[in-house]
Design a protein around this ligand. Structure first.
Ligand code: AMP
Length: 587
């Protein structure tokens, strides 16, 4: 069905949107000029994300402004002003310096949304280390793989997560020099070979001068998954903060005094770029909610904390839609001015539902780990075409391209034609490489474009529409999952001969992970074996990555060169035409 455009007013806004005149701002925009809006390190010593996020606000009158309000699972609240955050992150930077963690070395964190995480990220950036988040719902295998690929030197985690996920693999991570645990002192003391976060912090000085930092120095490492091979570590530099800041202004419409709530998990890129950095560079207040989704509690939080800007995700929106709009009427959400969503396709129904439920449409935007920040967005002043991801932000050139057989690229300028979504490189938060994988990085570029692996269309007015992935990666509740990682874990079970993994469409999660498994004789399919394999995968990979469904098949379809034909598995699962099967090896 055709959805009606949601018109925005041309004037008379209570708070005037930052990006009112799109064409003019786009035409005049330059990243050099944007860079000048940030301070840089005192004395011209470079550009450091943590300085822009924390110290430049902490130094002046803004020091007493609330930077982060942390809301714990048990209802406790802890407030951190910019000055508090500056002192705490100085302490953690001193902790790392004392432990002789060198510039560029990787500091990992495996934590939920707890205050220590924010201190770790920003403290590590101050010490010029490279910070890498790990998703706390990962099982030991994805954790091990990422710490070893990322040459992790330091890991910050909690005693609980350590015991559950790290203790058994610690010995196989010889380069991980320091494990710093957050927990009750006696619990930490009882674990051999670890350090106590709070004890180290107590002993550390509250003053720290950020060493000279070049804008191109590495700052962040974010793992993402491809169709094949190991997880890829996308590397980002300190200059990325310029894009975090500008996209916070244009796409999330940050204004002084805003109270912002980003619901993303800190284990993924949104949790860092927008859950931590962008709101802080704007000197606004971020709400951090430790607990997981609960619609009524979320509405109460929006009301009680007077949230003005809310950045959430399609899966959460769909869960709220299931509960209905009636319950929302109980809450006073008059402060809420702007709602945005990212991570997976946002159905047009959800955009329109936002209007009905909150009196505000939900503004979809698009980006990915590699882009480091929002690239395409429905910004506040823009008329929304429900189902569209929006238009490229100032400073971003996006196009639809076709890859020719000879490897060259043709830009499709006519509207409504499907092709690969591509971006002209050069924005500051663009990834600078995949760690240790130059070839994989080079393959992302052709004809002067960065190729995103997403399929999309553009309409005559320059709105972009998501069509699907060009590869086989799975998006489940916003989490990007590489099928290869799941297949490899299943193959470790003695009964499994072959495994093929797909994303099966799901009305709430977008997709769920489904595996097709063939067995080694004499094993035969049984409910008991299915349950065993589900449990086996869950233990290794964690609940979010592990398959939710397993089907037994006599053999997994493969090409003659041995590649699993996941597309065929998916077509069969969905009862769709099988497409070109000329490369199919006999099954
Ligand atoms: P990640 O690197 O985990 O952030 O995942 C990025 C991928 O998520 C993109 O390449 C898209 O496939 C998908 N994605 C992100 N935002 C959107 C959106 N607004 N609409 C559709 N897909 C999206």
């Amino acid at each position: 069905m055709a959805w009606k455009t949601i018109k925005k007013p041309r004037e008379g806004w209570a708070v005037e949107p930052n990006l009112l005149d799109y064409e003019r701002v786009r035409a005049q925009f330059s990243w050099e000029a944007a860079r000048r809006e940030l301070d840089g390190l005192p004395g011209g010593r470079g550009l450091n994300i943590a300085h822009e996020a924390v110290d430049r606000h902490a130094a002046g009158a803004h020091g007493s402004h609330l930077a982060i309000r942390w809301m714990g699972k048990r209802g406790e609240i802890r407030d951190f002003t910019y000055a508090d955050l500056s002192r705490l992150t100085n302490r953690f930077a001193n902790v790392l310096r004392k432990l002789e963690v060198q510039k560029g070395e990787r500091v990992f964190a495996l934590c939920g949304r707890i205050p220590e995480l924010y201190v770790t990220v920003l403290g590590a950036l101050k010490n010029c280390n490279v910070f890498c988040p790990l998703f706390s719902a990962f099982g030991p295998e994805p954790i091990h793989q990422r710490i070893s690929i990322g040459d992790g030197r330091v890991l910050v985690t909690t005693t609980t997560l350590y015991k559950r996920k790290l203790a058994a693999i610690r010995d196989s991570l010889p380069d991980l020099r320091h494990v710093i645990l957050i927990g009750a002192p006696e619990e930490v003391r009882a674990i051999p070979g670890v350090l106590d976060f709070h004890q180290l912090m107590d002993e550390a000085a509250g003053r720290f001068e950020i060493p000279p930092t070049a804008p191109e120095d590495l700052a962040l490492l974010h793992f993402t998954s491809g169709t094949t091979g190991k997880p890829k570590g996308a590397m980002h530099v300190h200059d990325a903060v310029v894009a975090h800041h500008m996209t916070g202004r244009f796409a999330l419409d940050f204004h002084p005094g805003d109270i912002f709530w980003c619901t993303a998990d800190p284990g993924w890129v949104t949790g860092t770029s927008y859950g931590i950095i962008a709101p802080l560079t704007h000197g606004i207040t971020s709400i951090v909610d430790e607990a997981e989704f609960d619609a009524e509690r979320w509405y109460a939080l929006l009301q009680d904390q007077k949230v003005t800007v809310w950045y959430t995700a399609p899966t959460a929106v769909r869960m709220m839609m299931k509960i209905g709009t009636e319950v929302i009427r109980k809450y006073d959400l008059r402060n809420l001015r702007f709602i945005a969503s990212v991570g997976e396709p946002l159905n047009p129904e959800a955009v329109v539902w936002g209007q009905e439920a909150f009196g505000l449409p939900i503004h979809d935007n698009w980006w990915q780990t590699e882009t480091g920040g929002i690239m395409i967005a429905n910004y506040a002043a823009m008329d929304i075409r429900p189902g569209s991801m929006g238009r490229p932000l100032p400073g971003i050139d996006a196009g639809i391209v076709h890859l020719r057989k000879d490897g060259t690229v043709e830009e499709v300028t006519a509207p409504h034609i499907e092709g690969e979504l591509a971006l002209r490189p050069g924005w500051p938060s663009m990834f600078r490489g995949y760690l240790h994988e130059d070839e994989r990085y080079r393959k992302c570029f052709a004809g002067g474009w960065y190729l995103t692996s997403d399929l999309a269309k553009r309409d005559a007015e320059g709105y972009f529409w998501f069509v699907g992935r060009a590869d086989d990666v799975i998006k489940s509740s916003g989490h990007l999952i590489g099928p290869f990682e799941v297949e490899s874990a299943l193959l470790e079970h003695q009964a499994v001969a072959e495994a093929g993994v797909i994303g099966k469409p799901d009305p709430v999660a977008g997709e769920v992970v489904k595996a097709f498994v063939s067995l080694k004789p004499p094993n035969v399919p049984s409910e008991q074996l299915r349950a065993e394999l589900l449990g086996f995968a869950r233990k290794r990979l964690g609940a979010v990555v592990a398959p939710k469904e397993i089907d037994f098949v006599p053999s997994v379809p493969k090409t003659r060169s041995g590649k699993i034909m996941r597309r065929l598995l998916k077509a069969r699962e969905l009862g769709l035409p099988e497409g070109d099967t000329s490369t199919l090896e006999s099954e």
